[in-house]
Design a protein around this ligand. Sequence first.
Ligand code: HEM
Ligand code: HEM
Length: 317
Amino acid sequence: MLALCVDSSILLASSGALRPGLPVLAPSLYYGGFGGGLACEASQISSRLAQKLVDEKGRLVNSASAPTSFLARHDFLLRRLHSLTGLVPVGAYMVVHLVTNASIWNGAEAFQKNVDTIHSLGVALVVVEWTFIFLPILFHAIFGLLIIREGTPNTSSYALSGNIRYTLQRATGLLAFGFIGFHVAHLHGWIHVDWWLENVIVPLGGARFDPHNASATAAAALRSSPFVSVLYLIGTTACVFHLANGIWTMGITWGLWTTPESQRRANWVAIGVGTVVGIVGLAAWTGFLFNDEIDVESRNANEHRQVNADPDGTRLE
Ligand code: HEM
Ligand code: HEM
């Protein structure tokens, strides 16, 4: 079913003055199938911004206070950028990352080789990480949080699977935010600066991954407690759902599937991506938890080599 979502808020006239009561800021189409809330949300936000220009009695407020915030003025561009970064580079990175981690099933040596290839970039790795991973994730996450804060979940009003998925997209976005924040601190440390690592992250139990002893340190970190193991499972599953369902909503954002029929077909794209990436994620998770080939006891081997090489011998065990 195709339904029309009409925003009957006030209109910003071409003169820049506000005319209360005039209909339609931006009539937007939404689809009665799932994702019903998505397209309406933009106009709800614009509507809310516009309503701020009318006082409690509905009187027109000075037009000099028109919505001039950066976010309101660049809403269209920011939403497109948010959508794009979700797929590339963040989504693409996650898929490659999970495939690399699942390679642990090919043996500790194969995994170590993959890690060595990535780390052979040396200092350039920091630039690559920040340009293609951290900054896009931070942008997508921060703008995503703003969308979540402004949006209204409408599962109670419409018992359609679309509205449940609309809410799940936001819920998994929040889970992804918490998980990625924790996970990167736990294994990587976020910033590779000695002071930060020594005084903040390591005392908190983070930066556990040592690229020179990749499989043992990653496995030890994931096995450190049942709570941590389950957190990785929940976090990874949430990220996979968020990407798969996000690919479906992207199709609407970019006008790829606009009819109810094409949207139904696109369900299969989302289900296919979700299933394949979900299996890869599960392979990564089970690999670090249950692969007997990983010699977790050797997790401090590199550290011990460094301690034994200490010239004044004060740290020898
Ligand atoms: C880090 C925390 C994250 C937050 C807070 C977040 C939040 C959101 C929100 C609220 C949406 C819905 C946008 C809308 O309906 O207009 C969304 C869409 C999306 N997200 Fe995320 N997300 C996060 C992480 C991720 C990750 C890790 C990925 C990829 C693995 C990802 C991929 C996507 C995709 C592909 C979309 C669809 C964009 C569209 O509908 O046009 N997100 N995200
Ligand atoms: C069972 C699942 C996972 C495992 C075993 C795992 C493993 C790892 C390891 C070993 C590192 C350290 C790499 C290094 O410092 O060189 C890492 C870093 C990272 N992981 Fe994961 N990860 C998993 C799931 C995820 C998911 C779902 C995301 C979501 C996007 C993610 C995002 C990241 C990011 C952003 C980094 C830091 C950047 C980097 O070092 O490459 N991970 N992960």
